[in-house]
Design a protein. Sequence first.
Length: 121
Amino acid sequence: MSGRIPLGYRFEWVFDPATGSGAIATATAPGVRFRLLRVELHLSAAGTTAENFTVTRDAGDGPAYDTVLHKEDLSVGAITDLVIIFGEGYEFEADDEIDCAWPNTEARTYGITVVYERTMG
């Protein structure tokens, strides 16, 4: 598929939200080719324990192709809001998933949204 977008093509953005106060372990599985646009995270309070928040491609081709797209210790800088921008260059196959994880040992209430767009093909 070329990088050109056909005339009249409409993008379909999808918002995949989750909330809780335990460990973050979300899996966004669009089931179609897609482009990851962003991940938005809000915490009720900053964590003080050194724990990495990760966004990972869980590759449909198998674990040898799984790739960490973003990793950040949320205790550094007392982060309560995080927006990770992806976009062009982050296109994935229909059998790929985007996994977000954070241990959240301090039981912070969180809201997380993975935003993606379905692509052609």
